[in-house]
Unconditional design. Structure first.
Lengths: 61, 98
């Protein structure tokens, strides 16, 4: 248990793999770290200087 | 961009706590946009349908949500071979979700 209302469950054990499940109230956001990192990476790229040529190209289509 | 341009039936659900953070009671009161990445290779121009930006324009509050539904990809490529076929485009992009 984490606090009063978050439960970590081992769903499956296989050779070198453990499958974990998180049971938490609806108010708690549970996401995988890879998803977080992927979104951060996209945010950074979206904020970096856009390629003007690409945009001009897209607009002209 | 407006995600409805690429997915006309773009629908999202967020937690009540997130709605109250933005001082609204329903998603309808918010403007919904998605970030676009414009790299040099125009075939890789993409938008993030998984983490839209929600804006309460009246109160100038905004946040980036992370949706629970995984059928909206983090990288939805705008340049698709099947132009104008909404469903097919969505389906072909679904596999790109990390």
């Amino acid at each position: 248990m984490i606090g009063d209302d978050i439960e970590v469950k081992v769903l499956d054990l296989k050779e070198s793999q453990v499958k974990l499940g998180i049971v938490a109230p609806k108010s708690v956001a549970v996401h995988r770290r890879e998803v977080y990192l992927a979104i951060q990476s996209e945010n950074t790229q979206a904020a970096s200087a856009a390629q003007i040529d690409t945009i001009t190209d897209l607009i002209q289509r | 961009m407006d995600p409805a341009v690429v997915v006309p039936d773009y629908r999202i659900e967020i937690r009540p706590a997130e709605l109250s953070e933005l001082a609204v009671t329903s998603i309808g009161e918010l403007d919904v946009y998605t970030l676009v990445v414009v790299p040099e290779d125009k075939r890789k121009v993409r938008t993030n349908l998984r983490a839209p930006i929600l804006i309460n324009a009246k109160l100038r509050l905004a946040k980036q949500a992370l949706l629970d539904r995984s059928d909206y990809p983090i990288q939805f490529f705008l340049a698709q071979p099947h132009q104008g076929q909404g469903q097919a485009r969505e389906a072909s992009n679904a596999g790109l979700n990390p």
